[in-house]
Design a protein around this ligand. Sequence first.
Ligand code: SF4
Length: 361
Amino acid sequence: MEQNDVIVAYGMDAAAMAREVLRAAGIEELIGRRDARIAFKPNLVTAAPAEQGGTTHPALLEGAIGYLKEQGFERISIVEGSWVGERTARAFEACGYAELARRTGVRLIDTQRDGAHEVDCAGMRLQVCDCVREIDFLIGVPVLKGHCQTGVTCALKNMKGLIPNSEKRRFHAMGLMKPIAHLNAGIHQDFVLVDALCGDLNFEEGGNPVRRGQVLGFRDPVLCDAWACREMGYDLDEVPYIGLAAALGVGSADLEAARVTEVNRPEALARPPRPARRVAALSRCVREREACSACYASLICALERLDGEGVPAPREVCIGQGFRGETGDVGVGACTAGFAHSVGGCPPRAADVLAFLRGLR
Ligand code: SF4
């Protein structure tokens, strides 16, 4: 797998999808030595289950750990420190990681209880938790989701869990963007396994999950976050730490150069019986027939952005495989190609859907 590769798996079976992504990446060759110390860094910002859209699904790590063990890797740990105001130990229990560790035998490392040392992060001196020095191969497992301050959060901001609480507070005093970029010049992620199953629409702690039904693999965390922006309907310059990280040499945000491998095709999945209130409000104009989750999530993210701009949504937007071969007015996705106004893509990106909806005015 090269730096510009992106691997995509669709569905909701997190463990199986994680295995497929790691297999397609050839992760065993990327890691190399069987005695390498491998650490997974999920996002357990709060003590809330992954279904609420803020934390990483434990089944994703279960599948990944199982795959690595089958390949002969045994020195595996999970490292995380929740946000200031939450105890990581509580999050490990509530999010299913204590149970996961008991079942798989991997070590849980709470970075809130770790020491720290100073690291020169491309000219910015930052405190980093000591456990990072004991990692040979770091796998970030962020949630692709919205964030009330940065708009989008995924691979780069996830590294904040590897600094002490005092440094997290200082990050906010420094305006977040620059220190996030510099931190990633000091902590190298060897692989990013993205939980894009049901990340939150606009809050990092969850509450408005949008079912997207994807697991993604990247070697480049900057490319990963550029991808996340497009999936959430943001332009790159709206999330400045991504461009700053690219300028520091952390990676490339060039999506045009990305080489995408899909291990399967999107599936139509039943919508949750009771979508989050915000998602339900946004979907009032949506007429859906067998829409794939990735397609539906792009439309919801675009409608959220449109609403934020104060632009009224169209009276009705059709989406789903049930509209194939049909005609109509406004449609989203390749399945609505016969409509008078339609945006292509299978699945379409939120950024493209947003541009399309803006253009209807
Ligand atoms: S365009 Fe159709 S097949 Fe493709 S993702 Fe959307 S609903 Fe699914």
